[in-house]
Design a binder for this molecule. Structure first.
Ligand code: DQA
Length: 142
């Protein structure tokens, strides 16, 4: 199984960005842990991050034929992007929506996601373990 972990806007600032909410670890550290976690399970894992909506759409489209699943933290675009929703419905690759924070325990505008309804499922609130839980979910669906 081959998975893509795709992170959206401002997630390149993990570690420096609102550490009380998102934790003190850098994205590179989280990703290298995920790489080990995936390898232990015989899963191939790749990583991408962009602050740009169009590039995230490109990455989703390019996932077709390349990956068996996408673990996607769309950041703030979760709550705004019809275009990302359309990208997810345009591809046959299953996508799991992931958030470090529990979006339902935060501001009301974060409770709504354009993407949840077109993803396989959503994992929110477990910090960096949210990504590991998404790996587990793909493993269970294998
Ligand atoms: C986030 C939650 C979003 O509401 C926010 O805009 C982010 C990060 C999370 O991982 O908790 O950028 O996706």
């Amino acid at each position: 199984m081959k998975l893509l972990v795709l992170n959206g806007p401002n997630l390149n600032f993990l570690g420096k960005r609102e550490p009380d909410i998102y934790g003190k670890r850098f994205l590179a550290e989280i990703n290298s842990d995920l790489e080990i976690y995936a390898k232990e399970r015989g899963i191939e894992i790749y990583f991408a991050q962009s602050n740009h909506e169009g590039i995230l759409i490109d990455k989703l489209q390019e996932a077709v034929g390349q990956f068996d699943g996408v673990i996607f933290n769309p950041g703030g675009y979760t709550h705004t992007s019809v275009a990302l929703r359309d990208a997810i419905t345009s591809i046959p690759v299953p996508v799991i929506e992931v958030h470090l924070s529990n979006v339902f325990a935060r501001e009301e505008f974060r409770h709504f996601s354009y993407l949840s309804g077109v993803c396989v499922g959503k994992i929110s609130g477990f910090g960096e373990n949210s990504y590991k839980l998404a790996i587990n979910a793909f493993e269970l669906m294998r």
